[in-house]
Design a protein around this ligand. Sequence first.
Ligand SMILES: NC(=O)c1ccc[n+]([C@@H]2O[C@H](COP(=O)([O-])OP(=O)(O)OC[C@H]3O[C@@H](n4cnc5c(N)ncnc54)[C@H](O)[C@@H]3O)[C@@H](O)[C@H]2O)c1
Length: 351
Amino acid sequence: MTKMIRTGLIGLGYWGPNLARVLAQAQKSEFTAVCDLDPARLNRMARQYPGTRTFTDVNQFLNSDVEAVLIATPIGTHYELARRALLTGKHVFVEKPLADTSARAAELMEMAARLDRRLMAGHTFVYSPPVVKIKELIDSGTLGDVRYLSFSRVNLGLYNKDVDVVWDLAVHDVSILLYWLGEMPERACSFGRCCVQRAKRDVANLWFQFPSGRVAWCEVSWLSPQKMRRTCIVGSERMVVYDDTEPSEKVRIYDRGVNLRRPENFGEFQLSYRLGDMVAPHLSNAEPLLIEIDHFLDCIESGAAPRTDGKFGQDVVRAIEMASDIGWKAGCAQEELLLNRMGRELAEKAA
Ligand SMILES: NC(=O)c1ccc[n+]([C@@H]2O[C@H](COP(=O)([O-])OP(=O)(O)OC[C@H]3O[C@@H](n4cnc5c(N)ncnc54)[C@H](O)[C@@H]3O)[C@@H](O)[C@H]2O)c1
């Protein structure tokens, strides 16, 4: 018989109820407790999931018999709540990003290893069938050498109270990027603008260069008339377009490219264009969030490291920090263009 793991959730705002739904659904989960500072949200949850106990006090929640804690609170609270949960012996799942600094993420990672608890960062896209399919295409060499990747994640967004668009939306793209490429960037920069609120970028571009020579850029915005979730991966043998807004054919593989033929005579270079077929592979329509939570529970049962473990979560935070060394906490005037270190270097060289 499957062993049930007693699960509890902290944070019942916008995202928490989605986790509650899958915790109630997951085969290995016995959803037993919820915690939030807001009693009205707790009452709603208690009505929806009658067996769950409710807590406004995190210490009381952590002293209950819950074995695995999921944290879906604002980013600035992740570190402290995860730290306390680990210290009370719980396995911990923290919504993305793992912490607000890579130093804090590293501390959580080390603490989990020392206490032999599973720590997982909630990078949902890393569990989604289209993203996993593209990882297979990259790793099997089907795309050839991956040359560059471009990401667009824009819409008229939900303005986050606590963080800017980079720490909200770009975290998704960076997690996908690191999962696909399996390497950390060696250089990164970002440019953005605070259009609506002071000191909060609502549009930004991030750029990464990897030791392998691959480059990637991400466009993120809360201020765009249309929703776009589009990624293009260009390899020497195949190109892929992943459009997460498509109801079907989210992944399209194009047999297209440009080759430079060896010159027969000095100076005679010729380009040849390959304009082959497009194939859309069959993808499972399983819900990524359920796959993710099942994986967390499987790892607790087996002792295996989660795919998005503490190290992965820390790498994502580190890559975001590299790209924005003027952090989201730093003030910036309305209409001010943010340049990070590399941008400033370039500007200085050009002057
Ligand atoms: N994986 C995804 O696709 C995805 C999508 C959206 C949000 N998220 C993540 O989910 C997390 C929560 O985001 P949100 O938009 O739901 O935030 P939110 O502000 O809507 O909700 C946060 C909730 O946490 C509660 N809370 C805050 N501090 C608390 C504390 N100390 N103890 C108990 N409860 C506390 C608040 O009362 C609120 O109900 C963030 O980390 C965000 O990045 C992930």
